[in-house]
Design a protein around this ligand. Structure first.
Ligand SMILES: C[S@@+](CC[C@H](N)C(=O)[O-])C[C@H]1O[C@@H](n2cnc3c(N)ncnc32)[C@H](O)[C@@H]1O
Length: 293
């Protein structure tokens, strides 16, 4: 199966790291392991590794109801989701009618298809894919970019159908990352696992995600990694002295890299980020990577 581009245009997506993480797994005899992403977002890394056949299984955890339901629909309600994409008018009236779905905090309180479609809809019609932002072009649609300019229905349907074939190898959980890890860690001792943590950014998480971390939450993640030594892990972060301080003294390896991303102004920018791991980290070469469509 050819490598698929992701249907979500996710803020902070780490597609550019896929070749690097592939190499990290192969260099450390971790190919064929279960790959866990406790902060799934677009899950672009895990999904591409799965498509390449580099991992056996992908376990996703996401706290945002709309993103969790979107992934559930991709794998378990594929045809219904695709039909809804085909049938829905992508305009400001639809955006306003769907806005209350952003207030649902429990996926069991609503129809999963409505919520899953809303995840895709707001991701692809809002500024920079930010779920709680306003629509591209604004409510008045006065800009030359209109609300539907990132919503190519045939491409989205084809990406979703392609990904849906992976359903037997993907597990999706609506949970808090650390609560999930605490519940599931006994299973990690039995099977070969690799955990890729990509938590909300330390600096701008609040602007990008509906769930974000306070300093104390970042500390909880560092303590979890410090106390649980029976699996290999990689963390990506924005480079900040507070974060480096959290991981000092546990023998972690650090490696800086510069991620190309689109800021809310629509301009391309490079952000200094950091990889942290218990494994040896070679320098990051992002020259082999491709950009989002
Ligand atoms: C940096 S983004 C992950 C991006 C992802 N790696 C990608 O390539 O698209 C962080 C994600 O963590 C989610 N998140 C925030 N708090 C969380 C929590 N406590 N537990 C699980 N997920 C959480 C956010 O909704 C967001 O999707």
């Amino acid at each position: 199966m050819p490598t698929t581009i992701n249907p979500l245009r996710y803020p902070g997506a780490k597609r550019q790291l896929v070749p690097y993480i592939s190499k990290l797994l192969t260099n450390n005899n971790l190919a064929g392991s279960t790959f866990i992403e406790p902060y799934a977002g677009s899950a672009v890394v895990g999904l591409e590794l799965l498509q390449k056949g580099l991992i056996k299984k992908l376990v996703l955890v996401e706290k945002d109801v709309l993103i969790y339901c979107f992934w559930k629909c991709v794998f378990y309600h594929t045809e219904d989701l695709c039909k809804k994409i085909e049938d829905t008018l992508i305009n400001v009236d639809t955006w306003i009618a769907m806005k209350p779905l952003r207030d649902i905090i429990n996926p069991n309180d609503w129809d999963i298809l409505e919520l899953g479609f809303a995840g895709l809809f707001f991701n692809r019609t809002n500024f920079s894919g930010i779920l709680r932002a306003n629509p591209i072009g604004g409510i008045k649609q006065a800009s030359k970019y209109k609300i539907d300019c990132r919503f190519n229905k045939p491409i989205l349907i084809s990406l979703i159908k392609r990904l849906s074939h992976l359903r037997d190898k993907v597990e999706i959980n609506w949970d808090d990352a650390i609560s999930f890890m605490n519940k599931a860690k006994k299973d990690f001792i039995r099977e070969q696992c690799f955990v890729y943590f990509d938590p909300p950014y330390f600096g701008k998480g609040e602007k990008l995600y509906r769930h974000f971390y306070l300093s104390s939450d970042h500390r909880v993640l560092a303590n979890f990694v410090r106390q649980n030594k029976h699996f290999d892990w990689l963390i990506s972060y924005d480079d900040d002295p507070y974060i480096c301080g959290l991981y000092s003294g546990i023998g972690a390896k650090y490696c800086p890299f510069y991620l190309d991303y689109t800021v809310s102004s629509g301009k391309r920018s490079k952000g200094k980020e950091l990889l942290i791991s218990n494994l040896p980290l070679p320098p990051v070469d992002l020259s082999m990577t491709s950009s989002q469509y």
